[in-house]
Design a protein around this ligand. Sequence first.
Ligand SMILES: [Mn+2]
Length: 432
Amino acid sequence: MPTAFEISDDFIADQNKTKLEWLAEDLEYLGKKLRRRSVDIESMIEKASGLKVAVPSWGVGTGGTRFARFPGPGEPRGIFEKLEDCSTINKLVRTTGAVSLHIPWDKPENVSDLVRKAEACGLSFDAMNSNTFQDQPGQQHSYKHGSLSNANGAVRKQAIDHNIECIEIGKKIGSKALTVWVGDGSNFAGQSNFRHVLERYLESMREIYAAIPDDWKLFIEHKFFEPAFYSSVINDWGTSYFCARELGDKASCLVDLGHHAPNVNIEQIVARLIQFGKLGGFHFNDSKYGDDDLDTGSIKPFQLFLIFNELVDAELSGVPDFGPSYMLDQSHNVTDPIESLVTSAIEVSRAFVQAHLVDREKLVEAQVTGDAIAALAILKEAFTTDVSPILAAARMRSGGAIDPVSVYRQSGYRKEKAKERPAQVGVSAGIV
Ligand SMILES: [Mn+2]
């Protein structure tokens, strides 16, 4: 097999040379501005380098849009090629060194080959994701009427066994978490008994929990609707929290930003879960209407900042056992998925660094004196600071690109992949 095209470190370094002078100027100016606020720009560059966000294997393929899927050129045809694309994203931004797998979409024929490929790509494995929301070819029982909460015990067992299989694969590849999102729910009033389905879900989850290794986490992802739904079983953070608490210490709640009704105060949900010790992690994306899976920070960057404001506040106040997992989970329909994921990873870092610029002493003062205008102004001062030079410097010092999308385009990566990977039918990607 011919060697797959890669963007080399040297190519990135060469491209960076053309931007070095301007970056130095921008850093100097921003450094002076931040000094006035007693912020050391070097410590912010270190912060930016330290924040990691995982990418989903299913994100590097084109997702489904309005009526259909419109595949792009050179799409990855299997998990190995997905890893190559994930590696490319990481080379450019250097904050996305872990990939989250979806089983059975990414089920490896040979686990050691998969581990070797990941090592060659400089990647590790993030949370495992199970799939009991669609029927697979040859599957004995259908999930048409639910999986973990199905009224039929044989269907539940099949769904439980599948989750345990995901854990087993995960153990072999060095993953440390299982994310369970179920599409279970009802389409008609009266179709299911709200209490009974949740009882059955919990009963199934207890069996999955029992198979979770001690150094693993079990993430429960809630979602309030699906198209044509009347109810979903794990509909909100409260239900998710209840289930995580029922299951035990290894279980916690995963917040997918798109899985809420429009205008819901997600940052407050985040604060609640932090306070209750059950914030497990995030699936970052953005939305206008519902679960649109738009690119992170593309619609409501202030919301993303406010979420990170809660996270950084928890980090700085030393909340015990605080350490949520960060991942992107979005669907790319009209963009090159690599460009979208690169851009989104940067938006996560941006919100994180901006949240570190909040003057927390002054904020507390404004809060206790009831000065609402000042409180908002303190947040806005941080949010409106253009931290791009900090992010660029962090990337460059880690071997990444000052201008990742430009380097990616200059490299001709997609054109090379289109030659290596002729179009085929049936690439698995979607909104989950
Ligand atoms: Mn998700």
